[in-house]
Each structure stands twice: as structure tokens, then as C-alpha cells.
Design a protein. Structure first.
Length: 165
């Protein structure tokens, strides 16, 4: 069974003092009632699958994989602006390479819908290869979302220089 983890930080919309990070981080592992990892074989269920409600979305860029040596860097990102109203929106901020060597950096901004499902309205990605140690970069990501978003979340990671290929 694969272990997956994502560091997400969020911000609230306009009219507030500024974006407020959400300090929650999630890590998920599937286990059975007896504490064992389930087998990879498909299971049969008498419960019909529930179809998620459709949500309109804008552009969803793929977040590049950085390999086994990637590390979360949410604390190295400052999200200064993230528009939440339907239509054209912009996210701006900075990311700092706090490592002791050059690193490849990836920051994804994800606009989440208000339906509570966790569905994304749009995903935009900033990436930069071989950022020198200690360097801070500005980023601006623009997209258009079909509906107002509930919040923006970040997926921010780094890996040794060359991971982006």
C-alpha cells in the first residue's frame, strides 16, 4: 500500500488583514480494522459507489514530481495575495531556498471550491530549477476560476538541483 502525504497551508479571502496559514498537515495510510495494511487486490462491495457532485473548474496544471529526495517547504513560502472571487484571480508570494545547497523548487497554488468536497477549481504551478542556497524568489500565478473559491492552499516542495530534469 502506498503512503501519501501532502503539506497544505491555506489563506482566507480579501477583506482580512492578510492570508493566514492553516497549520494543519495531513498524512494518510490505509489500514484494516485489525491494524494491517489492506492487500492490493480489488475488494468487492455491495455498497454502490457514490459519484461526487460535478464542479466546474478552470486550468489545472500538473504538479511535477521531484523524486524520493523531495522535502516539504511550506514554511519557506509566503503567500501574499490569493484572489477568491469568480473570474480572473491572482496569487502572489515569495519562496526561499533555506537549504545549504542549490535546490529545485515547486510551489503549487490550489483554489478550492466552496462545495466542501475538496475539489479544486484551479491549480497553477511555479517552478524554478537550481535555486542557489538562501535565494528568495517572487512568484505570480494567474488563472480564471468559474466560481468563487473557499480558500487557496499550497503544495510546496524542493529537491536537490536536477530533480526537475
Amino acid at each position: 500500500m502506498a503512503l501519501s502525504g501532502v503539506i497544505l497551508t491555506g489563506c482566507t479571502g480579501a477583506g482580512e488583514e492578510g492570508p493566514t496559514p492553516d497549520s494543519s498537515a495531513t498524512s494518510t495510510t490505509a489500514v484494516t480494522a485489525d491494524g494491517q495494511s489492506p492487500s492490493a487486490e480489488p475488494m468487492e462491495s455491495s455498497t454502490p459507489a457514490v459519484e461526487p457532485s460535478p464542479i466546474a473548474h478552470g486550468e489545472r496544471e500538473e504538479i511535477p514530481a521531484l523524486g524520493a529526495e523531495e522535502a516539504g517547504i511550506a514554511s519557506d513560502v509566503k503567500l501574499e495575495e490569493c484572489g477568491l472571487e469568480a473570474g480572473p484571480v491572482k496569487a502572489t508570494g515569495t519562496v526561499t531556498n533555506t537549504a545549504d545547497e542549490a535546490r529545485d523548487l515547486v510551489v503549487a497554488v490550489i483554489w478550492l471550491g466552496k462545495d466542501g468536497s475538496g475539489s479544486s477549481l484551479s491549480v497553477k504551478v511555479f517552478q524554478e530549477a537550481a535555486v542557489p542556497a538562501g535565494e528568495t524568489l517572487d512568484f505570480t500565478l494567474e488563472t480564471e476560476i468559474p466560481d468563487a473559491a473557499s480558500r487557496c492552499v499550497l503544495n510546496a516542495r524542493s529537491a536537490p538541483a536536477g530533480a526537475l530534469g
